[in-house]
Ligand binder design. Structure first.
Ligand code: MRU
Length: 372
């Protein structure tokens, strides 16, 4: 997508230095645009864990490139030693964030590509690079297709009401969370391209404020009309007919359509159900965990440090600063995700089309996942 009119993806190989990966460091956004060099598996693991980058699809792409950096670092004395190093590097990467399944999916995809196609360590490096680029390209392409499928929902509403379509979104499931386009935002960008008037209610998304800081910045850069709202506002807007459609992203979706996403998503789904507002979740198939059924019992929910809750980051006198919000001695809890049961989800927008949020709905789009 565009930043000051220039096209960027969120992750790429450094021009002129293919042994270095570059990312957009999301921590100082929206106030500073910083590109960071990542030159080792350790640096990539830190970037994922400390959230220089974040978002399910981007975490997957970063793990793909992290495995390429591991292949560069790995001993080249024998294929066995090379593979052993990669397996250990994969374990280190997988430990960084627990909820988004894209991370383990990308590590597993890299390991099986390298095991299948590499006959020497030197060739293993080439395979790892090709696979990292394939994962990133596929993520961008799947998001673009999610836009094409999801725009139908916006079009239908526009055809009925003949006026601006108001979409509410939570957290950041925009292009910063993927390689390009985003998931929840892709239908919005597609609607804008097709000339459909659309306006986005952007949940600020406490505690880290990914909506206020990242989604708002993205939409502003693309010229999409939007309004940032405090998280507690959505229910009121829905009661007054001011939201036509909710679209969120997902960090992990179970085989039967339960959705783990940023904390607070469940409350929006409840409010949407109570007010008859359609509630859709947009995701690439790399976010589906086909091995589990029950989101509430089986999806690991990340618990993060209390600083995110106790402090707020913003711009003060031209500097990006953190300020303390709570009494210093008050303890805080920081559950990063919640699970929205499939029964509250109107549909899942994927790269293959829109599925009902159920095992049968998903299998109709992904029949190869049907077990014998
Ligand atoms: O805590 P974060 O920023 O890592 O949260 C993850 C997310 O990006 C959101 O839950 C998002 O809506 C999922 S779509 C990538």
């Amino acid at each position: 997508m565009q930043v000051q009119g220039k096209h960027y993806r969120t992750i790429w190989l450094k021009p002129g230095d293919p042994e270095v990966v570059q990312i957009i460091d999301q921590r100082p956004l929206p106030h500073r645009f910083v590109v960071e060099d990542i030159d080792s598996t350790e640096a990539m693991a830190r970037a994922i864990k400390e959230m220089h980058l974040r978002g399910a699809g981007l975490i997957g792409a970063a793990a793909g490139y992290g495995m390429y950096l591991a292949a560069l670092e790995a001993p080249k004395t024998s294929l066995e030693a090379f593979l052993q190093y990669l397996e250990e590097a994969g374990e280190r990467l997988k430990k960084t964030r627990p909820t988004a399944v894209n991370l383990e999916w990308a590590v597993a995809r890299q390991l099986s590509a390298i095991r299948e196609r590499a006959t020497s360590p030197a060739q293993g490096v080439k395979v790892a690079l090709a696979e990292a680029e394939a994962i990133a390209d596929e993520d961008a392409e799947f998001c673009r297709k999610i836009g094409e499928h999801g725009v139908r929902l916006i079009e239908e509403i526009y055809e009925k009401k003949g006026d601006t379509v108001h979409v509410l979104t939570h957290c950041n499931a925009g292009w910063l969370a993927f390689v390009d386009y985003g998931t929840a935002t892709a239908p919005i960008y597609e609607a804008q391209k097709r000339g459909i008037p659309v306006h986005v209610w952007v949940d600020e998304t406490r505690p880290r404020n990914q909506g206020a800081r990242l989604t708002a910045w993205e939409l502003l850069e693309q010229g999409v009309p939007h309004t940032v709202i405090a998280d507690n506002t959505g229910g009121h807007l829905m009661q007054h007919g001011m939201v036509d459609l909710v679209i969120t992203g997902a960090d992990r979706v179970t085989r039967n359509g339960d959705v783990a996403n940023k904390i607070g998503t469940y409350l929006k789904a409840l409010a949407a159900a109570d007010n008859g507002v359609p509630f859709y979740v947009a995701l690439p198939s790399s976010t589906i965990d086909w091995t589990i059924h029950d989101g509430l019992r089986e999806i690991p929910i990340e618990e993060r440090g209390e600083e995110e809750v106790k402090y707020i980051q913003g711009l003060l006198d031209g500097e990006v600063r953190r300020v303390l919000l709570t009494p210093p001695a008050s303890p805080a809890a920081n559950y990063a995700f919640d699970v929205t049961p499939a029964r509250l989800v109107s549909g899942l927008i994927t790269e293959r089309g829109i599925a009902e949020a159920s095992e049968e709905g998903l299998l109709a789009l992904y029949p190869e996942r049907r077990q014998a």
